[in-house]
Design a protein around this ligand. Structure first.
Ligand code: PLP
Length: 495
């Protein structure tokens, strides 16, 4: 299997080279030259457990790892650190199937990929004769940093340092980060906002003198962001697993189609669903759900991507994004793998903030339907599902649930099972959830842990370990620095 850059087809890398590199030097994203196809029938695959299915699917894409190497990565990633033996269990409520992707250590779907990425990186390093230790630097607005730390903690030959904006994350997010265990992790708060942290990390990455210094010490910098194919490929697995689950439980017959609805931000999760369809999982429509930052909804309707609009802070913060990086891969595929055209669109996006695809490319979007939900609709959907069934969904999942419900009620979808990607535990966003369910103007100004207690009284969903831990865990990281001190902090950490 060969990987090309979306902006240069002549570039040819193996899967492990692409994992190590992350992003191509030309700014493009790595994509497989040909899309593989499942080797077994869905019926056969439905006999497999999560780890076995993960091997069947990931080995199609990461074919330069041996069976033993890839199985080792999978074994390390999907074990006791998930609080459900099914890894990605499914719950039926109010007419839809909720695929719960939040049973990992940080109770959000980023764990599905970030639990395995560190192992894929170290296996890739070994495969390519790289003896240097991998150093991950990440700026975070809350969730990704914690999920990355939880993945990399105590993985041999790796180190991770996370910067978060002081005052820019929730109490729970801050506690989750500053209590992180592991001898190879460090986290500091920065006097600034998320952009300051991000810019600081980029400057360190691009500082040649600093890189040379790190090189001499046998360190190699890398990033854990969502454009790495080592994050994309593991996400394909759970869409196949969801299908297998329905088949095994006789909710569908073999080859019956299903619809999938995904709450979308950076377009990584739904792109994985698209690839699941391409490799042969019988998915009919891919429904792309956005919050008020509905740049994707407009794109799928009009063919114009336009980021020139106001940015909204919503109760589904992980979807508050105006540039969905992974969309570049879809643009490349629907252009018939035209690297020049893709590069030109991305250049237009960088220069003027918008681009319009061709009518021929628009044809390629017919697998997708897009929709968005307002804040009121998102809260209303949480309340409706709770009142109808007692099942509690988080704010991000609610955006998808709301869009799926609207499409079903409008009669524009065939009557087949709807799988909704449920991307976070309600306990992660307890304040918004309790507010939505109560809807009575009661006091919402209490601290996060009190809101979690209130959520516990509303649901019989047990409190996850991730929350129990932060109630008592020791604070292990209390560093606080200015933006100017970030480089010195990394130096100190590497010494
Ligand atoms: C990251 C995230 C999303 C968005 O996923 P993308 O792959 O960026 O589209 C949705 N919900 C939650 C809870 C997330 O953490």
């Amino acid at each position: 299997m060969i990987y090309n850059s979306t902006r240069n087809k002549n570039l040819k890398l193996t899967a492990t080279e692409a994992i190590l590199k992350g992003l191509s030097d030309d700014g493009g994203l790595f994509v497989p030259e040909t899309i593989p196809h499942l080797k077994s029938s869905m019926k056969e695959l439905s006999e497999l457990g999560y780890k076995e299915l993960a091997y069947e699917i990931m080995s199609l894409f990461l074919d330069d790892l041996t069976e033993e190497e890839l199985k080792g990565c999978i074994e390390n990633a999907y074990g006791d650190n998930f609080d459900d033996p099914d890894i990605a269990p499914m719950s039926y409520a109010d007419g839809s199937y909720y695929l719960e992707l939040y049973h990992g250590p940080t109770i959000a779907f980023k764990d599905m990929a970030l639990q395995i990425l560190p192992h894929l990186m170290t296996a890739s390093a070994a495969k390519n004769g790289l003896t240097k230790d991998i150093v991950i630097l990440t700026a975070t607005s809350g969730d990704t940093g914690k999920a990355a730390m939880a993945g990399f903690a105590d993985v041999p030959h790796t180190k991770i340092m996370v910067f978060f904006p002081d005052g820019g994350v929730s109490d729970v997010q801050r506690l989750q980060m500053v209590t992180q265990k592991g001898d190879n992790v460090s986290v500091v708060s920065v006097d600034g906002n998320f952009d300051d942290c991000q810019t600081g990390v980029k400057q360190i990455f691009n500082d040649m003198e600093f890189r040379a210094l790190a090189d001499a010490k046998d360190y190699r910098f890398s990033s854990a962001n969502s454009i790495n194919i080592g994050r994309l490929v593991p996400q394909i697995v759970y869409y196949a697993y969801a299908y297998c689950n329905l088949l095994k439980n006789e909710k569908i017959s073999e080859n019956d189609p299903i619809n999938v609805c995904v709450p979308t931000g950076n377009f990584g999760n739904i792109l994985a669903a698209y690839l699941a369809k391409k490799i042969g999982v019988p998915i009919d429509k891919l429904i792309c759900a956005s919050n008020m930052n509905n740049v994707l909804t407009d794109f799928f309707e009009s063919g114009t991507y336009d980021r020139n609009r106001s940015f909204h802070l919503t109760m589904s913060p992980s979807m508050d994004i105006l540039i969905s990086s992974n969309l570049e891969r879809l643009i490349y595929f629907i252009s018939g793998c035209d690297d020049k055209a893709t590069a030109a669109f991305m250049d237009e996006l960088a220069q003027k903030g918008s681009y319009t695809i061709t009518p021929a490319m628009k044809e390629g979007l017919k697998d997708f339907i897009a929709g968005c939900a307002s804040e009121e609709e998102t809260a209303g959907e949480i309340r409706k599902v709770y009142n109808d069934t007692g099942y509690v969904i988080d704010t991000h999942t609610s955006v998808a649930s709301c869009v799926a419900r609207r499409l079903k009620e409008s009669g524009s979808l065939s009557d087949i099972p709807m799988v909704i990607a449920s991307t976070a535990s309600p306990y992660k966003f307890a304040r918004s959830i309790v507010g939505a369910i109560r809807n009575d103007g009661s006091d919402m100004s209490k601290d996060d842990l009190t809101m979690i207690d209130e959520l516990m009284t509303l649901t019989d969903m047990p409190e996850p370990n991730a929350i129990k831990e932060i109630r008592h865990a020791d604070i292990r990281h209390d560093g606080h620095i200015s933006v100017d001190e970030m480089k010195a902090a990394v130096q100190g950490f590497l010494n």
